[in-house]
Design a protein around this ligand. Structure first.
Ligand SMILES: Nc1ncnc2c1ncn2[C@@H]1O[C@H](COP(=O)(O)OP(=O)(O)OP(=O)(O)O)[C@@H](O)[C@H]1O
Length: 611
């Protein structure tokens, strides 16, 4: 199998050093979101870190005072020991307090992280709901959604890193103040030992991000392969068709390329990093020798020697931590920008004033010269479609696979806007109605309805989720769609968990699922019922019953039915025949039979099959 060649770091647009800092602009907004998720925890955390930030210098300082006091007492054996023990007690107190505060900080970090992660996941769900189908189907948008969703955990660690960074900065400033006070030259050595390592870190982090980013869609494919390769839904086909080798091979090729690219980066980073670290060790010993000389020369006390060498050592570790966190933050902050880019996506809006929905449909729908091409596609699906659906009538759409029947429904439901032409409801362009109010008037079952792994009750109630506790309405919807038979067969009745994913879940047959899905359309007293292939999985008797009920129950209500079964279709008031995106006939069953076109041909073909 010829594997796709994947983009390497050399192929793609590189993210420059300056771009690495770009992400930092999003941090204030990020912290506003975290604050909003848990204001009290956030303030507690800041206070804790503030105190903890000063603890290293305080501890080192007390250590210095203690050693100087010991040296003094050694030289003056008759001196008073009270001061020494007081210092030791203070050191113990500070050490205990620092430990306690440290635990408090870890605790508030974890809790804040949880709160923030929950809040941001919810935001992403809401945002995805605001976007149009064409936005969601667009791969660029989808990649943004994917990045926003996948990086929830990395945002949580970003939060801890930024907070730790503030704390680290306090420690560094206070330790530097001590160094400057006794021995300013040490600062120069410190800078010398740290800066090259920092630049190295920064460079590699932007490379890592560039690589990960340019690979978003490939990683999605890897995830998809992992999913279809090890999953109870695909297991049947994978076993039957022997697909394991194919899927695993495809996964292996892609994963190996990704591994090779990341390995090269990681090895180079680690080599350079090691080299620069050696520089740090040499600088530390340079500083140590300088301090020893000064002490031997009587310029520094023994306590000051321990304070300075301790401070230098701490500073070096703290600064290394600071810089490596800095690059980690720059890296995750770039992802943060992806998240905000997604949150800031503008939903498509028609512009102009919103017109209130009429309280009931008087005339009906009208398609006027509607042309439609799916986004990201060049092939027109609808090519100048004009027809009316009268208020209260039952209309059936028929036509061969791919003719555009479901597309007509998607346009009526405003999942997409026509490329040109108009769809009117009682004379008003449907795009001018508030989408939510408009869609509320429809009871719909889609051809590719979703099987939610929720309870049976919830699966029916998704048609009007506000009524999930309304047993009367759920029971009625189930009766109308024959789903009541399914309810009776389940051990837990309406509370039966469906699907196999969760404990006590019960899988349904195709026809049972269809009855459940059909019940959703009955959940509300909709003005317009839309049934797209509602009976494809039902047995002949169930199908007959479903339709008989449907006709009786929706008398006088506008309904649209898509079906390939002509026994169903002929029950409609009028039938629209769609051929390759064009309406070729519209009339009653009798009219169309008389005309002798595609409808008559298909009807006769199917009828002959039953003889
Ligand atoms: N989301 C989409 N993006 C791009 N093209 C699409 C999309 N959905 C459908 N199409 C294309 O639009 C054409 C019409 O599809 P549609 O689902 O409307 O057909 P249909 O008449 O309902 O067919 P069927 O009887 O098989 O359900 C098909 O050629 C299909 O490939």
């Amino acid at each position: 199998m010829a594997a796709k060649r994947l983009k390497s770091i050399a192929d793609q647009e590189r993210i420059s050093l300056r771009d690495s800092f770009r992400g930092w602009q999003s941090i204030p907004r990020f912290f506003r979101e975290i604050y909003a998720a848990g204001p009290r925890l956030f303030i507690l955390n800041l206070l804790g870190r503030l105190l903890k930030g000063f603890s290293p210098v305080v501890l080192l300082w007390i250590g210095k005072v203690i050693i100087d006091e010991i040296v003094f007492l050694l030289n003056n054996p008759d001196g008073d020991f009270t001061r020494l023990w007081t210092y030791v007690a203070i050191e113990l107190g500070v050490a205990l307090l620092t430990d306690l505060i440290g635990r408090g900080v870890t605790l508030t970090d974890g809790l804040l992280g949880d709160l923030y992660s929950n809040a941001s996941s919810e935001r992403i769900i809401h945002k995805a709901a605001d976007l149009s189908m064409s936005q969601l189907e667009n791969p660029v948008f989808y990649d943004k959604l994917e990045r926003a969703r996948m990086q929830t955990n990395s945002r949580v660690s970003l939060m801890s890193n930024v907070l730790a960074q503030g704390e680290g900065l306090l420690s560094i400033i206070s330790l530097i103040a001590g160094l400057i006070y006794f021995e300013p030259w040490l600062i120069l050595l410190l800078i010398l030992s740290i800066v090259p390592a920092f630049i190295n870190e920064l460079k590699f982090s932007s490379d890592r991000y560039s690589l990960a980013r340019s690979w978003t869609s490939e990683r999605r494919e890897l995830d998809y392969l992992r999913y279809i390769g090890a999953n109870n839904r695909t297991a049947q086909e994978v076993k039957l068709f022997g697909l394991t080798g194919f899927i695993a091979g495809r996964f292996r090729d892609m994963a190996a390329q990704y591994y090779r690219l990341t390995r090269r980066l990681a090895v180079r980073q680690s080599l350079f990093g090691g080299l620069f670290n050696l520089l740090g060790v040499i600088a530390y010993y340079g500083a140590y020798i300088l301090i020893i000389y000064r002490t031997l020369g009587g310029l520094l006390t023994l306590g000051e020697l321990t304070f300075l060498s301790g401070s230098f050592n701490r500073l070096q570790t703290n600064m290394q931590g600071f810089f490596s966190r800095f690059t980690r933050i720059s890296e995750s902050a770039l992802y943060l920008k992806d998240y905000f880019d997604f949150i800031d996506l503008e939903p498509e809006s028609p512009g102009g004033d919103v017109v209130p929905m009429p309280d009931r449909i008087r005339e009906g729908f009208e398609f006027r010269e509607v042309y439609f091409t799916y986004p990201e596609s060049d092939t027109p699906v609808l090519k100048g479609v004009s027809f009316r659906i009268r208020a209260g009538e039952k209309i059936a759409f028929v036509g061969q696979n791919g003719a555009g029947k479901t597309t007509l429904i998607k346009l009526i439901l405003q999942f997409y806007q026509p490329t040109s032409g108009q769809i009117l409801l009682d004379g008003t362009d449907i795009s001018r109605f508030d989408k939510e109010a408009y869609r509320k008037r429809f009871g719909v079952i889609f051809q590719d309805y979703f099987r939610y792994e929720f309870t049976l009750r919830e699966n029916i109630a998704v048609g009007d989720i506000g009524a999930v506790r309304d047993d009367t309405r759920i029971g009625e919807a189930a009766r109308k769609s024959l789903a009541d038979q399914v309810v009776q067969e389940m051990a837990d009745g309406l509370e039966q968990q469906l699907g196999r994913r969760f404990a006590r879940g019960q899988e349904l047959s195709g026809g049972q699922w269809q009855k459940v899905a059909l019940a959703r359309a009955y959940m509300k007293d909709a003005d317009v019922m839309v049934l797209d292939e509602p009976t494809a999985s039902l047995d002949a008797r169930a199908e007959y019953e479903v339709f008989e009920r449907f006709i009786g129950l929706t008398r006088g209500r506008t309904s649209i039915i898509i079906s390939h079964r002509f026994s169903t279709v002929r029950m409609a008031d009028r039938i629209l025949v769609l051929e390759d995106g064009v309406v070729t006939a519209l009339g009653t069953h009798e009219d169309l039979m008389e005309q002798g076109g595609l409808y008559a041909e298909l009807f006769t073909l199917q009828a002959a099959g039953y003889q």
